[in-house]
Design a protein. Structure first.
Length: 191
């Protein structure tokens, strides 16, 4: 079922949306090398040095774009996420415009506490923005909409790119029974 904004799209954009929605997977070539590059991102995040995170993110992105034989895009890693009262910006893909090439921006620190984001969150954001580029280059969609297919492709990328130790931990957490919550003293019933 299309998202609500689908109704406001032109006929041409609706066709792109439907095509995007029909693509649910993306197969990552040279998976072992890509996982190795993702671990460099993790180590750079642990060290919390923005320039190292940016270098590792660029190596990762360029290797993936090369594997799909598409134009490379520069990744800019910014420090603290921009925010408003309602949300924080995690990443941004800017389409090519005239002579200006496309670019990817991702932020490595939370807005509220300025803490380095978790590796899994950072990698998902980077993969999300890279997928926008693959939509217009590799899949030749001409546009990149947030469709159910887009999010399935994003999940497909993450399942392939995350190291097994992280994927295994996520699966175990998802299948674990919910923890029982203790009531606070003010919530205890006297009857």
């Amino acid at each position: 079922m299309p998202f609500a904004y689908y109704r406001r799209l032109s006929a041409a954009h609706k066709a792109i949306y439907r095509k995007s929605d029909g693509i649910s997977r993306i197969e990552v070539p040279n998976l072992d090398a890509m996982r190795g590059l993702s671990l460099r991102i993790e180590q750079a995040l642990i060290a919390a040095k923005r320039s190292d995170v940016e270098a590792a993110a660029n190596d990762f992105a360029q290797a993936l774009f090369d594997a799909f034989s598409v134009r490379r895009v520069r990744v800019y890693v910014r420090a603290t996420r921009p925010s408003s009262d309602q949300s924080e910006l995690h990443g941004l893909y800017t389409f090519a415009d005239g002579d200006a090439p496309p670019k990817i921006e991702v932020w490595m620190r939370t807005a509220a506490h300025k803490q380095v984001v978790r590796f899994r969150t950072f990698l998902r954001t980077l993969a999300h923005e890279m997928l926008h580029h693959l939509d217009v280059t590799h899949f030749e969609l001409g546009e990149s909409f947030h469709t159910e297919g887009f999010y399935r492709r994003e999940s497909s990328l993450m399942r392939q790119l995350l190291p097994e130790r992280i994927m295994g931990a996520a699966k175990a957490k998802a299948s674990a029974p919910p923890a029982k919550r203790r009531k606070k003293p003010s919530q205890l019933s006297l009857f």
